[in-house]
Design a protein around this ligand. Structure first.
Ligand SMILES: Cc1cc2nc3c(=O)[nH]c(=O)nc-3n(C[C@H](O)[C@H](O)[C@H](O)COP(=O)(O)OP(=O)(O)OC[C@H]3O[C@@H](n4cnc5c(N)ncnc54)[C@H](O)[C@@H]3O)c2cc1C
Length: 300
């Protein structure tokens, strides 16, 4: 069945099948809350799915996947709904929406957290910080952990604890055959490999198990800006400073200046005629040196 066939009677069949099988809300085009349910973080996205299955748990996800197998609509998967292109919603198809699945369980002894795939970083941080623990998340707390972790996940703690995907221990995933699988280094390791950064389209992840590290509850953060002509001194200082003092040394993409401005700056190492790419090379060299000096600093 194609997307266009789904619109009309086919669409109603999908809605009916979901209503019969799914415990969470099933929201069709005419239902109250439809416009709210199809909205994502990027307000420019205006897609109109045929139906949104707001799953209440893994069993609902399995049922939604089974309905998708039987009726073959276009399917999109929604975690936190923060992806800028709005890939969490589709036109005329089925949205498997996990935004209601936000449970978080912390095991402070094993130093792991298990979070459902609709959780945001705010949900996870709130629970882990009760124990003074953290897993490296995003810079914005409303971002969903699902798309973030499956896409790799870079955040403010990456220099200390790596990317989100470096801290992934396992995922529970509903694959396209409707089976619930655990993927980890030991089980379905190929699936796990793909979930650590390249993980879209593998299935629907229902929960993530992540490593925890000590941090907080009081965290200090400062953004320090130096004049451009001190860039070399600052970069050298970063390279030799104690680990605890290291910052995200990013002299504004090297210099962040236009070619015209750069020419007048005495500290700039780029040749006069070079592109901005050449100008960033000096900083990249310094950064690479930092990583070589302290391999534990680099993402695992
Ligand atoms: C304000 C803002 C700040 C951001 N900050 C950062 C940042 O600091 N670091 C960083 O690395 N990225 C950042 N991002 C990018 C963000 O990580 C990605 O957009 C990510 O996809 C958002 O996750 P989500 O669950 O909210 O995505 P959604 O929009 O819900 O989903 C995006 C896609 O991920 C896949 N997906 C989502 N959930 C699942 C699931 N359960 N199972 C299988 N596939 C799924 C689907 O293919 C879906 O189309 C930011 C984005 C925004 C808008």
């Amino acid at each position: 069945m194609t997307t266009s066939e789904l619109v009309g009677t086919g669409e109603q069949a999908v809605v009916d099948a979901l209503r019969a099988a799914v415990r969470g809300a099933v929201i069709g085009r005419g239902d109250p809350g439809y416009d709210e349910a199809r909205r994502v973080w990027n307000g420019l996205i205006d897609r109109r799915p045929a139906v949104i299955a707001r799953c209440a748990g893994t069993a609902d996800v399995v049922e939604a996947v089974r309905v998708a197998r039987a009726h073959r609509p276009v399917v999109s998967v929604r975690g936190g709904g923060h992806q800028v292109a709005g890939s969490a919603v589709c036109d005329d198809g089925l949205v498997i929406d996990l935004s209601g699945m936000r449970g978080v369980h912390v095991d402070p002894v094993a130093r792991t957290v298990r979070a459902q795939a609709g959780a945001t970083w705010a949900d996870v941080d709130r629970a882990t910080q009760l124990f003074g623990l953290v897993t490296p998340g995003g810079e914005v707390s409303r971002t969903g952990i699902a798309g973030f972790t499956l896409g790799g996940g870079m955040g403010v703690l990456q220099r200390r604890y790596g990317l989100a995907c470096d801290n992934l221990r396992s995922v529970e995933i509903v694959t396209a055959d409707g089976a619930v699988r655990t993927a980890s280094r030991e089980e379905h390791s190929d699936l796990f490999w793909a979930a650590r950064g390249g993980g879209r389209g593998l299935g629907v992840v229902t929960s993530f198990e992540l490593d925890l590290h000590p941090l907080g509850p009081v965290v200090r953060k400062a953004l320090v800006f130096y004049p451009y002509d001190q860039a070399r001194t600052v970069a050298r200082g970063c390279a030799t400073s104690p680990r605890s003092c290291r910052t995200r040394s990013r002299p504004s993409s090297s210099c962040g200046a236009s070619r015209r401005t750069r020419r007048s700056r005495p500290g700039c190492t780029a040749p006069r005629s070079s592109s901005s790419e050449a100008c960033t090379r000096a900083t990249r060299r310094t950064r690479n040196r930092c990583w070589r000096r302290s391999p534990s600093w680099a993402p695992r």
